[in-house]
Each structure stands twice: as C-alpha cells, then as structure tokens.
Design a binder for this molecule. Structure first.
Ligand code: GUN
Ligand code: ZN
Length: 439
C-alpha cells in the first residue's frame, strides 16, 4: 500500500554492536539529521538526510520527526494481556496475588468476546507505548489465544503468544488436562504459528501448576514445528522456589524441572529468574535460552532485584531481555521498565548504562529471541516497526533534555522521566499507529 512507502526524517538511533561487549557510548550511532526510508513495510535505507534526502523519489512523503529520536519499536519479552484489568491490585505478593486477583479475572477469558475486547485494547495501548512486539501469555482457554492472534493479525503486529498450560494447583475453572492442553496447543500452532507475522509460544504457566506429564508434553510440542517459542516463569520469589522444591523432590532445582522436560532451549523465555544460582546461569548460557528481566513487577510484588550483570557475565553470557509483566508490573511502558532496570542494578551496586538498557529493550531482545535480522534495529532489510521518541514531551522532560550533551543522555532522561507521552509515533510495517482515545 502507498501508506507504507515513506521516509522519516529525524535523529536516527543505530547500534554498532552489543553495548555489553564494548564501551556503551561507542555502541550507539546517532545521526542528528538522519532519514529512514520505508518501502513495502520494510526499511530499505538509513542514512544522513544530506547524503540521501535529495535522491528520494519526488512523490515519497517525508515525515518530519526532527528534534525526535527514531529507533526500533520496543520489544516486551514478558507480559500477560488478560491481566490488564487487574493492574495495580493492592496488598499481596506473588502467590496470594495470583489467587486473589489474577485467577478470578482470567476466568472471564472463557468468553471469546471478552477476550477480544481486552486483546484489542491491550494491543492498541502497547502501540501507544511504542511496543511493537511482545511475548504474551493468554489464559488456559484456547479462545483467549484465538482472540489475541485475531486482533494482532488485524493490526499486522509481530506477536509471540500462547495458551497457558495449567493442569494442577489452580481453580478447576482454570485447569486443562495434560492431554487437552497438548491438543489445544497443537491446534493453535497449526492455526497461528507463522501465519502472517504471528508466532506461537508453548506456555506452561510455571512448574507448580503443571504436572510432570504436562511439562513433558510441552517439550514434545516444541518438536512439532520449527522456531516455536516456549515461555514460563522461573525463580520469581523464594516462597515459590520452596513450593517447587516440595513438588519436585526428585529434581536438583527449579530450572532442572524444566530441563528434565526439555524446555531449556534457544527461544525459551524464562520470566523473572530473580533467585537463580550460578549453576542455573551456566546452564542457561549453554542452552541459549533467554531470561526476561521484569524489574517493575519485581518491585511491585516485592520479589527481589535481578542481578543483570551476573546474568550477562562475559565469560558465560546469558541472553537477557526486558518485560513489563503486566499485571505484576504496573506499567505498559518499556521506558518505565528501563527506569526500574536501572534501579534494580543500583540495588546491587552496579550501573546500567542508558545505551545498554535501550539495547535490551530493542536489538538485544531481538537477538535473544532469534529475531535478529527481522526486527529490533534500524537497518535495511528489517521490518519497519519503529518507535519515535520525544525527549521534550513534557515541561519537566524538556527542562532536563535541554541540559543533555549527547544522545545517550537524552535516552537516560527519557527512561527516567518518560512514559507514553514521550512516544511521538509508532509505526507497524511502515504504517503509523493512530493513538488510542481514552475510553
Ligand atoms: N507466576 C505464575 N503465574 C504468574 C503470573 O501470572 N504473573 C507473575 N508475575 N508470576 C507468575
Ligand atoms: Zn509473568
């Protein structure tokens, strides 16, 4: 369509490499008068306006984003769309919070019309927040996954999602059986995985709510189609870890429960991992799986502070991406998650550089999820999923941005002070997303 043939002019943000492997300042390449050319939904050129602006086709619209930062769309590596309605629920930690707030809300997703309404609102708000790809938990109801993928397909967003598997230690109204869960997942994979931009994640909720049989069938599901994802929770709180130890006395630890079922692999995403051991990290580095750092949720639920620099240790680096974990997290904004990741690093006397945080929310996540070359970077050939940031979005931000001497400092100010007001525009395959009006 004509609308996806356009150019964006502004400050372009590109990566020269992994900012955990080189000086972070050198890992960010900025051009204060850059241009991104988009044709048929893909980025076809990125360069300075002076060099390539004059050669653009005369009829190509050039969108003026000068004074703003043009970069890849954010990637949220761990989020529960059905929990949008119980965001900011008071007074509990993980296990009691699940029982008191989450499970009763997830029950409502048995009804596909309700699921579709929440999925639609969730996706619109994600895009308002500059997030163009997410790894999303649905509920145990296959209808909740169909509803989500249908809404994602309508918007042409690249989403990773799956029906939750849960065959014990949950209310009856939220349980499947090992066999049912397998069959329903297999049907959803056939319907959605690789359909347009949709990708499927086999989704056992966490070890306590699946029998060993269900976990093994989850492992078997991963062999039924190429490039499937797996997502679950790991070592979020101490109480949860004790529960897992009592449920699986024959296993050497929480990660080993998943490993035994062949769930620890590339494209496997483990949410939280706050209480991982050195042995766990060594195993994850070897397996090539991803840990989704969810600092906003970890702070909200009082779960602890993930040791990101331990996970990324250069002699055995583990893939790390960032997640909002709605509704354990109380914001849809990846800028807010970058803020809380900085604070979690501070709690362990380490410093997360703004270029590192930005990379984790974009290119680093794409790499961790095996989607490098597809999304996550402002480079020719990538799908044109973009997020344009405005460092001057509010009076306070403008005041702070005026003092910034370099782009990395603007990114830091954006992450400390910004939210969806700082998202100037979001593009999905080159099409501009229309901001949601409040309901
Ligand atoms: N562990 C198992 N289920 C959940 C969930 O829905 N949210 C969070 N934060 N942790 C979980
Ligand atoms: Zn979660």
């Amino acid at each position: 369509p004509a609308s996806s043939r356009l150019a964006l002019r502004g400050t372009t943000l590109r990566f020269a490499g992994n900012p955990f492997d080189m000086p972070p300042e050198e890992a960010l390449i900025t051009d204060s008068d850059g241009v991104v050319v988009i044709e048929e939904g893909h980025i076809t050129a990125v360069g300075s306006y002076r060099a390539i602006g004059a050669d653009l086709p005369r009829d190509m619209p050039v969108i003026d984003h000068r004074s703003q930062l043009i970069g890849p769309g954010f990637i949220d590596a761990h989020v529960h769309y059905p929990q949008l309605g119980v965001i900011a629920s008071y007074g509990e930690q993980l296990l009691t919070w699940l029982e008191r707030y989450v499970f009763p809300e997830e029950r409502r997703f048995a009804e596909q019309a309700y699921a579709a309404r929440i999925a639609s609102s969730f996706l619109d708000q994600l895009l308002d927040h500059g997030t163009t790809t997410a790894a999303v938990y649905c509920t145990v109801h296959p209808e909740s996954a169909d509803a989500f993928f249908e809404e994602s397909q309508k918007r042409n967003t690249r989403m990773i999602a799956g029906k939750v598997l849960m065959d014990r230690n949950a209310p009856d109204y939220l349980r499947d059986s090992a066999r049912e869960g397998y069959d329903q997942s297999r049907d959803l994979i056939a319907r959605w995985h690789g359909h347009g931009r949709q990708l499927y994640a086999v989704t056992p909720r966490f070890a306590p709510t699946s029998t060993e049989e269900q976990l093994e069938l989850a492992g078997a599901l991963l062999d039924t189609a190429p490039d499937l994802f797996m997502q679950t929770h790991l070592l979020e709180t101490r109480r949860e870890a004790e529960w897992v130890a009592s449920l699986f006395p024959q296993r050497s630890g929480y990660l080993d429960v998943y490993d035994h079922a062949r769930l620890v692999r590339p494209r496997s995403i483990f949410g939280h991992a706050v209480h991982v051991s050195e042995q766990d990290l060594t195993r994850c580095a070897h397996a090539g799986c991803t840990l989704a750092h969810c600092p906003t949720s970890n702070a909200f639920l009082g779960s602890g502070a993930f040791r990101i620099f331990e996970a990324l240790r250069r002699d055995r680096p583990v893939h790390v991406a960032l997640g909002t974990d709605i509704g354990g997290g109380n914001s849809l904004s990846m800028l807010r998650v970058m803020n809380d990741a900085y604070c979690a690093a501070q709690a362990h006397d380490t410093t997360l550089h703004p270029v590192q945080a930005y990379w984790l929310a974009t290119a680093g996540a794409a790499q961790a999820l095996g989607l490098q070359g597809v999304i996550g970077e402002l480079e020719p050939g990538r799908e044109a999923d973009l997020c344009v940031l405005d460092p001057f979005a509010t009076p306070l931000m403008a005041q702070r941005a005026q003092r910034a001497e370099k782009t990395s400092d603007l990114l830091f100010a954006l992450s400390m002070l910004g939210d969806e007001r700082a998202i100037a525009a979001t593009y999905v395959m080159g099409r501009r997303h229309e901001r949601t009006a409040s309901a």
